[in-house]
Ligand binder design. Sequence first.
Ligand SMILES: *Cc1c(COP(=O)(O)O)cnc(C)c1O
Length: 394
Amino acid sequence: MTDTFSLASRFGTQGLGGCYAPETLMQPLLDLEAAFRSALADPAFQAELKGELRHFVGRPTPLTPAPRLAAKLGLRALFLKREDLTHTGAHKINNALAQAILARRMGKTEIIAETGAGQHGVATAAACARLGLDCTVYMGVTDMARQAPNVARMRLFGTKVVPVEAGQGTLKEAVNEALRAWAGRCDKAHYILGSALGPHPFPTLVRSFQTVIGEEARAQALEQSGALPEVVLACAGGGSNGLGLLVPFLGDAVRRVAVEAGGHGQALGEHAARLDGGRMGVLHGCKTLLLQDDDGHTAETASISAGLDYPALGPELAALALDGQVEVRRASDEEALMGARLLCEAEGILPALESSHALALLPGLATEGAATVLLGLSGRGDKDLSTYQSRLGI
Ligand SMILES: *Cc1c(COP(=O)(O)O)cnc(C)c1O
């Protein structure tokens, strides 16, 4: 089935990715791939996307030097790529907006999406309001409880939020429901997937719409400091902000690092660290590194951050890791809280819990001898205030 597609549908030497989708979704996926390819080649699409990224999203986002935190850690220089300053407060809007423009171009009038942390749901809801598209977002009940402000934001933007009770009530179950809903309405609806996951062409599509992060950051680093950093670092849930930041640095002599959720323990079910905890498997349409039990059932995961709490690593990031292009590390819940505190106190920036996992790696990188680091600050921490309050006792 892969040779039906002309965009890369498999990644790395082990051929991760692919298109493991039910028959009902094959035609919509083929249509999406064709529309994506024609949009990429169309200057009108590119111009509209560029204009919206600039005037609605707020791009380019700054590359902020963090000299006080660098000095505290013993780094020569630290730069933060500020996706937290985008409209709706995380990198998710880059992809949501681009896919919404693509959907309208395809003549779709409805958008279906899923959300974990709620950031992708909010970004999609905002993009749909902006473009005049109907929007339905599927969200696990556990996530709805821990991300209540984002549920309210989506509803204010006119989006219907559908609670998903199944399983743990988190992202995995929400994706199942969203895919099911799409299969039933794909003549009118486009499914905006929120990370570099799912059946082809989604991983490639999402990564393409996120590489603006790394392209900007690379140019800004050269302009502001005259050199590339030694280490480029991002957190990894499905992998979209990580790929977005790291892929434009693939040809450079820099260390590329992605950080997964180490949760609160090493045992299966206590973390979402897929690289050393996972095995090859298929989930939600693609083959990749997946946390699973001995019988091959998808394992439960745990993380203080909803956005990293997913059993599969996106196939392209997993392939880059397995092929030695990207180092994958983990940070625990406690370490992430420490990382957040460091940034808050030294620089006056409140990071999302997801981004705090990348921050948590900084002391270790400094100890390993790194001197200059560029860190992807994927989102802002306002949505996580209640967790910070209860866990940090403030
Ligand atoms: C969703 C999210 C993530 C994780 O998703 P990726 O696809 O791995 O980027 C990280 N940070 C924030 C702020 C998020 O909202």
